[in-house]
Write a protein that binds this ligand. Structure first.
Ligand code: ATP
Length: 244
C-alpha cells in the first residue's frame, strides 16, 4: 500500500465490480468481470488468449468506451459519472497509454509527440510544477533514461526506428507522472534483448513515479518481472467462445 501526501492510503489505480460490456451489434457480452483491483503503484501482467477481451478492458479503463453495467473507478473516480469529453480529459490527466503500434503523430518531431501529453493536460503540468520541474526538463530527464539523443528527438516520428518510436511512446505516457500506465503489447515488435531492456526501463520509471502499471502481453517470459499475473480468461465470466 502506498500513502499519499497526508499519510492516507492512495486510491486503487483501478477498481472494478460487476463490470459488463457488450460491443454494439454483438449478441453476447464481451466482458463480465465480478471484481478486479489494481492497487496504487502495483505492477500487473495481464494475459489471455486472442479475443479474450484484453484490449476491450483497456478501452474501458481508459474511458475510450463506456461500461454498460457495474462500477469502474480509476484513481478513485467513477468513470460512469463522466461524459465522453470528461472521460477524454480524465484519461489525459491520469493515464499514460502505450499502444502496440505506438500511435505517434508521424509529421511531428519525437519531442513534440512527447510534449503533447502535457499540452493536453493541466494536471500533468501541475504535477511537474509541484515537483519543481517543467515539461521540457522532465522530457530531457526521460529522454536520457530512455536513450533518446537530442538528434533523435528532433526527427519526425515517421523517421524513427521501431525501437525509437517505442521509447518515444513510453516517454509520452510517462511525462507528467500519471498514476496509471497502461501498455497494450508494447514489446511485440521487438526482439528478445530489446524487449527486456524496454521492460526494465518501463518498470524503473513507473517505480520512480509511483505509477501503477497494467501491462498486456502474450509473452509469458516477461511475467516474472511483475507483482502479479492476471489471466483474463479466468477473470472474465462472459462466454468468449460464443463471440468467436
Ligand atoms: N469494435 C468492436 N466491435 C465489435 N466487436 C469487437 C470490437 N472490438 C473487439 N470486438 C470483439 O471483442 C472480443 C474481444 O476483443 P479484444 O480485442 O478485446 O481481444 P484481445 O484479448 O485484446 O485480443 P488480441 O490478443 O487478439 O488483441 C472479440 O470477439 C472481438 O471480435
Amino acid at each position: 500500500m502506498t500513502l499519499n501526501a497526508v499519510g492516507e492510503p492512495d486510491a486503487a489505480a483501478v477498481e472494478l465490480r460487476g463490470l459488463r460490456y457488450r460491443w454494439p451489434g454483438v449478441r453476447h457480452d464481451c466482458l463480465a468481470i465480478d471484481a478486479f483491483v489494481l492497487a496504487a503503484a502495483e505492477r500487473v501482467f495481464l494475459r489471455g488468449p486472442s479475443g479474450s477481451g484484453k484490449s476491450t478492458l483497456l478501452s474501458l479503463i481508459g474511458g475510450v468506451v463506456a461500461q454498460q453495467a457495474g462500477e469502474l473507478r480509476v484513481a478513485g473516480t467513477a468513470l460512469a459519472s463522466l461524459g465522453a469529453a470528461a472521460r477524454d480529459r480524465f484519461r489525459a490527466d491520469h493515464i499514460g497509454f502505450i499502444f502496440q503500434l505506438f500511435n505517434l503523430l508521424p509529421y511531428l518531431s519525437a519531442r513534440d509527440n512527447i510534449l503533447l501529453a502535457c499540452r493536453f493536460s493541466a494536471q500533468r503540468r501541475a504535477r511537474l510544477e509541484a515537483a519543481g520541474t517543467t515539461p521540457a526538463a522532465e522530457l530531457a530527464r526521460l529522454a536520457q533514461h530512455l536513450d533518446l539523443a537530442p538528434a533523435v528527438l528532433a526527427r519526425p516520428a515517421a523517421a524513427l526506428s521501431v525501437g525509437q518510436q517505442q521509447r518515444v511512446a513510453a516517454a509520452r505516457a510517462l511525462l507528467g507522472r500519471p498514476g496509471l500506465i497502461v501498455a497494450d503489447e508494447p514489446t511485440s515488435a521487438l526482439d528478445a534483448d530489446r524487449q527486456q531492456a524496454f521492460l526494465d526501463l518501463l518498470l524503473r520509471e513507473c517505480a520512480a513515479a509511483g505509477a501503477a502499471l497494467l501491462f498486456v502481453s502474450h509473452d509469458a517470459r516477461l511475467a516474472c518481472h511483475f507483482d502479479r499475473v492476471v489471466d483474463l480468461a479466468e477473470l472474465n465470466r462472459a462466454d468468449v467462445e460464443a463471440q468467436a
